[in-house]
Design a protein around this ligand. Structure first.
Ligand code: OTD
Ligand code: ZN
Ligand code: ZN
Length: 350
């Protein structure tokens, strides 16, 4: 008989959207119940572009944690800076020395939600800043999609590798790079084989679903995120990577809440809300291929190893039992629909 319980080192989420204000208060507890730390994305309006803004945002997160009864020090937000064409290299040094931000996020302008202030020409406009990041060991977290409207939405990640990632890493071979929310076999092959300090995060939705999920019986807006779900062959490559022994692939939920009304809309927002049941979703994906024993390395070891941070010392337990995902949860004055609402998962956090 297969084991009913899985106890692992407490995991971290290396890619998370926490929002701000009432939305932040509504969602932060879901992450803090499971994870010890999370890399908090800076795509607020306006984006978090300076150390001062990162500090202020961190304070608001800590206040929200207190408000929802998370004990002091139980959860640590790891802050990031939003790279723009005008990021001052001095800001990088200050972030590194103070620890106020642990990474810098690259959004190609217009690639995803709240990315209008993103970079227009990475090597042209940001060379000095990238050089400083390489020098001080500040990781660059990359939304790896080209934004050229002529490029098919399903090809944007593969083309980004050729047009941006390879030239970037040739110019800055020692720069620590995380290819965020990897979605294609092309991305997996690149990250697995590239030389130098590179890793990738993988979401639960990209491990569990292919693009058919967006169109099953009608348009399903809660399965719409960016980068968009891809073909089955890509999903399989991601599952192989996540459950492999490569140190380069680790957990990043990319949980990205939007109020129900903005998802179920004529121009619905991109993003899946997975923070509520993140570890249950990942456990289900790993278990489906008989690799539940690989979950701990993916969720709890490889991320801190890449970031040069200590692994967590406490543990969590998952139980093999059915878990019904709620249809919706409160989100300030609105509601939020978790991914796969109303479906049943085969694992539950104890
Ligand atoms: N993708 N939605 C969001 C961000 C991510 O690209 C991402 O990291 C969001 O709503 O912030 C999404 O679909
Ligand atoms: Zn992104
Ligand atoms: Zn994201």
């Amino acid at each position: 008989m297969t084991s009913q319980f899985l106890t692992i080192t407490r995991p971290d989420d290396w890619h998370l959207h926490l929002r701000d204000g009432d939305a932040l208060t509504a969602v932060v507890g879901d992450t803090a119940r499971q994870f010890a730390r999370a890399i908090v994305m800076p795509n607020l309006k306006p984006p978090v572009t300076t150390v001062a803004m990162a500090r202020a945002y961190q304070t608001r997160i800590e206040q929200a944690l207190a408000k929802v009864g998370i004990a002091d020090g139980q959860f640590k937000p790891l802050m990031t800076l939003y790279l723009t064409d005008n990021t001052d290299p001095a800001e990088i040094v200050q972030a590194k020395e103070s620890g106020a931000a642990v990474a810098v996020k690259l959004y190609p302008a217009g690639a995803t939600t709240n990315s209008d202030a993103g970079v227009t020409d990475l090597l042209g406009r940001c060379a000095k800043t990238l050089e400083e990041m390489q020098r001080v060991g500040m990781p660059l977290l990359v939304h790896g999609e080209v934004t050229d409207p002529a490029v098919d939405v399903f090809d944007r990640e593969a083309l980004f590798i050729e047009r941006v990632m390879i030239p970037l890493r040739q110019a800055f071979p020692e720069l620590r790079v995380v290819f965020e929310h990897l979605t294609t076999k092309d991305g997996v092959d690149y990250v697995r084989e590239a030389s130098g300090p590179i890793a990738a995060t993988i979401t639960a939705q990209h491990l569990l679903y292919n693009r058919n999920a967006i169109f099953q019986g009608g348009v399903r807006p809660h399965w719409y995120c960016l980068p968009i779900l891809k073909r089955e062959v890509h999903r399989q490559a991601l599952v192989d990577a996540a459950t492999s022994d490569s140190p380069r692939f680790f957990l990043g939920t990319d949980s990205a809440p939007h109020a129900r009304g903005l998802k179920e809309h004529a121009c619905g927002c991109a993003g899946c809300y997975t923070a509520l049941h993140a570890m249950e979703l990942y456990a289900t994906a790993f278990d489906r291929v008989g690799k539940i024993d690989k979950l701990e390395a993916f969720a709890s070891h490889r991320g801190p190893d890449f970031y040069g941070l200590p692994r967590n010392t406490d543990r969590i337990t998952l139980e093999r039992t059915s878990f019904l995902i709620p249809n919706e949860i409160p989100y300030g004055s609105e509601t939020l629909v978790p991914l796969a609402a109303g479906e049943t998962l085969s694992w539950r956090l104890v």
